[in-house]
Each structure stands twice: as structure tokens, then as C-alpha cells.
Design a protein around this ligand. Structure first.
Ligand SMILES: Nc1ncnc2c1ncn2[C@@H]1O[C@H](COP(=O)(O)OP(=O)(O)OP(=O)(O)O)[C@@H](O)[C@H]1O
Length: 340
């Protein structure tokens, strides 16, 4: 099977499906939670992430992000379909897969708070089966990569949230992976430190040609990463491609017009409402979301003589969250220009 035909394809998922079966009746009294109907956490997911590429997984709670990550790192198995990392089968070669995939969990719980950064890395290296001389070489290297050399011998509990996140990243980088899985990497981190962390990740990806899967609820971050996006809902892929293409297909910018006075603004409101738009009035400012058919020029032309009373006009791009909401509202699955 040509799972690794292109040697830049690092993560290759084909028709990946994960079904959780109903909890057996006898077990329901013991289980913390149980299900009575089968749940498809993943339903036929195809995905290729290449070396040097970041793919952001976006989706509401329960979309299947965690199930996808867990299958790749061998913490659970798929019901059907296949997953390969550098040609290694995630179901049957999970130990070797873990040597080439760095996993950055979303929470600090996985860190030993009373141990130092260096001790945390040593323990992780041992658990990964790394040799002493390899760790002696890799630990200072990864500490330097994440700018934690000054904190190398500080106990983790004394670090800021941003530093702890960088230590989790260092741990993922320790075995020298070719792919990274970052689960909500900036979750508890303040916006300035989050920006620093993302810049660090982007630099690492470019330098080391890593293939990265990242999940984040902070959509502005995903836009800043200039990544591919995989929009998921109930285990299915709703869109796969770059965000630029998503914008081209779904962008409905908002038009903002400042009129000379309130009377003209009211007339403009009436005209635009008559044209089928849904304008909103705020003093002498009129705002309306353009439909797919209208351009700014056409809206201004529709104003006729009132157009000369527009003092100022501005097109406001649609926030990514609204753009994504649009995709979820549309019925069909979409493939962006680069969907494969
Ligand atoms: N062990 C399990 N048993 C039964 N159902 C499960 C199990 N794990 C996950 N699910 C279900 O599978 C679906 C996908 O869950 P998953 O955790 O992969 O989604 P997610 O996108 O990571 O969600 P979140 O953002 O809330 O973590 C959900 O409906 C969830 O309830």
C-alpha cells in the first residue's frame, strides 16, 4: 500500500473510524459514565500532514480531536481505516511511532511539580527508553530550543504557566521527533506568553521540518500560525484546506458606512433593508454583512443619490469564528484547494 509514497508525507490517515460500543449492561453500575448507543468519535477521516506543515484541528467539544490524537500515539485503536507515521503503522508499531511523534498534552498535570525541569526531562527520557548518553546530549539541546536554560535546575512549581508550557514542549521534543502533536498548547497561558510559544513552534517547524497537528480553541492563534485547518464535527471532516481558501469561499465581510447625519443614515437604512440586506444603525453609522452576491461597489450603487453622503466606508473582515460557524451551518462537507 502506498502509504508513504511521497517522502514528505509524515502523517497519513486513511478512512480512520473510531466507534465506541454501548457499555455492557452489567458494567454500567461500575462505570463512571456509560453509553447506551454506539458513538462514532471518528467517521472516515482522511488526512495527510507533510514535513514542515502545521495542521490545526478545530471542532466543538466531542468533535473527535482527542480520539484522533490518541489513535496516532497508540493510546487507543481505530475500529477501521489506517494511520501511518513515516510509514509506521500506528496500530501495530505504536512503540516505534512514539519514538518519532512528540506529544504535548494540554495540561501541566503530567509534569512533576517538585522536580526540576532537567529531572522531568530525565524521567521522561527514561520512560521513552532513551540511553544515558543520548539524554545527556538531548536535554541541554531541547532546553535551549525552548529558552529554558536559565530555569534548567528550577523546580517546576516555581515556573510561570508559559514556562511550564515550554517545558511540556521540550519534553515532546526530547526524542528528536519528526512529528508533533500539540493538544491545546496555550490553554492556561496568558496571551503574550502564548504568542511567544506559538512563534517558537513556528520556528521549530520551519527549522526541523516537523509535521505538526495542533488543537486549539483560540481561533485567532490558528490564523496566526498560517496553518492548514481540519474542521471536524461529530467525527467527520467538514473542511480541510488552508484558511485563505476558506475565506475565499465563505468570507462575508461587514460593510461600515459613516453618513453625514442621522436623517441620511435612516434613509440609507431603508434603502438597504429594501435591497434585502440586514443593516444595523448606530448613530450615523450603518453596518451590514454583505451577502455572497454583493460587492461594496454594488451596495454603494444601490444607494443612488445617498452615496455622495457617505463620509467614510470600510470593509471589516469576518472573524474566523464566524467564518467557521458558517461552515458548520452549511449542509455539505467541503474540501479546500489543498484537501487531499
Ligand atoms: N471512552 C469512551 N467511551 C465512549 N464514548 C467516548 C469515549 N471517548 C470519547 N467518546 C465520545 O466520542 C466523541 C468524541 O470524543 P473526543 O474526546 O475525541 O472529542 P474532542 O473533540 O476531543 O472533544 P473535547 O474538545 O471535549 O475534548 C464524543 O461524543 C465522546 O463522548
Amino acid at each position: 500500500m502506498a502509504v508513504y509514497g511521497n517522502n514528505r508525507d509524515v502523517i497519513v490517515l486513511q478512512g480512520l473510524t473510531k466507534r465506541y460500543d454501548p457499555t455492557p449492561t452489567w458494567m454500567r453500575v461500575f462505570a463512571r459514565s456509560h453509553i447506551t448507543e454506539p458513538v462514532f468519535a471518528l467517521n472516515g477521516v482522511d488526512l495527510v500532514v507533510r514535513a514542515g506543515e502545521i495542521c490545526a484541528i478545530v471542532g466543538p467539544n466531542g468533535a473527535g480531536k482527542t480520539s484522533l490524537f490518541r489513535i496516532i500515539v497508540g493510546l487507543t485503536t481505530a475500529t477501521s481505516g489506517s494511520g501511518h507515521v513515516l510509514g509506521l503503522d500506528v496500530a501495530t508499531e505504536s512503540e516505534r511511532v512514539r519514538q518519532v511523534v512528540g506529544w504535548m498534552p494540554s495540561e501541566d498535570r503530567s509534569l512533576l511539580m517538585r522536580a526540576t525541569c532537567r529531572e522531568n526531562l530525565l524521567l521522561h527520557g527514561r520512560l521513552q527508553g532513551m540511553r544515558k548518553h543520548e539524554m545527556a546530549q538531548r536535554i541541554p539541546h531541547v532546553l535551549e530550543q525552548v529558552n529554558l536554560i536559565p530555569q534548567a535546575d528550577a523546580v517546576v512549581a516555581s515556573l510561570s504557566a508559559g514556562m511550564k508550557a515550554r517545558l511540556r514542549l521540550a519534553r515532546a521534543l526530547l526524542p528528536g521527533p519528526r512529528a508533533l502533536i500539540l493538544d491545546e498548547p496555550t490553554g492556561a497561558v496568558d496571551p503574550i506568553a502564548a504568542h511567544g510559544l506559538l512563534t517558537l513552534i513556528m520556528d521549530l517547524v520551519a527549522q526541523e521540518q516537523l509535521a505538526v497537528l495542533i488543537s486549539s480553541h483560540r481561533l485567532e492563534e490558528i490564523e496566526a500560525l498560517q496553518s492548514q485547518a481540519l474542521l471536524m464535527e461529530k467525527g467527520r471532516v467538514r473542511y480541510h484546506g488552508d484558511l485563505g481558501t476558506l475565506r475565499e469561499q465563505y468570507e462575508r465581510p461587514e460593510l461600515e458606512m459613516v453618513l453625514v447625519d442621522e436623517q441620511i443614515a435612516n434613509w440609507v437604512m431603508t434603502t438597504l433593508t429594501g435591497s434585502g440586506l440586514n443593516p444595523v444603525l448606530d448613530g450615523i453609522t450603518v453596518r451590514c454583512r454583505l451577502t455572497g452576491k454583493d460587492s461594496v461597489g454594488e451596495v454603494l450603487a444601490a444607494l443612488g443619490p445617498y452615496a455622495s453622503h457617505v463620509q467614510h466606508v470600510r470593509e471589516i473582515p469576518m472573524p474566523l469564528r464566524d467564518l467557521i460557524a458558517h461552515v458548520y451551518q452549511s449542509g455539505s462537507d467541503l474540501a479546500g484547494s489543498s484537501a487531499r
